[in-house]
Design a protein around this ligand. Sequence first.
Ligand code: SAH
Length: 263
Amino acid sequence: MSARRAAGRLSIAPSLAPRDIAAPKPQARAWQARVITLFPEAFPGVLGHSLTGRALAEGLWGLEAIDLRPFGIGKHRNVDDTPAGGGAGMVLRADVLGRAITVAQRGAADWPLVCLSPRGRPFAQSLARDWATGPGVVMICGRFEGVDQRVIDHFGIAEVSLGDFVLTGGEIAAQAMIDATVRLLPDVIGNADSLAEESFSQGLLEHPHYTRPAEWEGHSIPSVLMSGNHAEIARWRQAQAEMLTRRRRPDLWAAWQDADAPE
Ligand code: SAH
């Protein structure tokens, strides 16, 4: 019985499926997400579908959900306890999490080590881009009131937030961040142009989209898009993107203008 199994590692990394000889080879060491969670069965969840799901099955990236429960204390494998100083709720124990992190970091000591937390740095496309260029990421999903601060300090864990709201646990946040990262990996999205054009890639929100039917409930498609004039279309889209960003996201608009301003 290996220590790995005894430590409760639940591996759901896909084996490499037989591939069409003509298809691109999977990377020698595909990008990997290791997620410490009390709910390993929640993974891959939505990541198992569509483009991310296909890429997972093809070995373009890997996922390991590491069950926190077997690292718990005593017969009942307790993972949490009451907050020091009193107050509501429960806190994930430092000793339990510490053991799980040590296992999760095997062969991954230099990967970003992240705890999902509403107190963290707001997640953004730039962080997804950073992560996508590395070997992978180790994530800790909190539950209850969160995790013992000492574990964060001891391991130098980076706290990252999905946004200014409180979720019940880190699993949904982890899946959102993994999704945003995985779709930037080579070959996950067939059409690289769609990555280059979408929101945030140029620092602007994306222009609106339309498709058939040409007329719907009395609404028609903006005529420039039907003109076949590609230069005009590109200009219109750029103007729309700028207008949307200026109106909806003054913060992004200011940053974009600064970046564009001549020195
Ligand atoms: N008491 C904490 C909230 C705990 S919510 C506080 O007030 O800050 C329980 C767990 O859900 C957290 O430990 C975290 O892992 C996860 N979580 C909740 N909201 C989140 C968010 N906005 N982003 C990322 N993770 C979140």
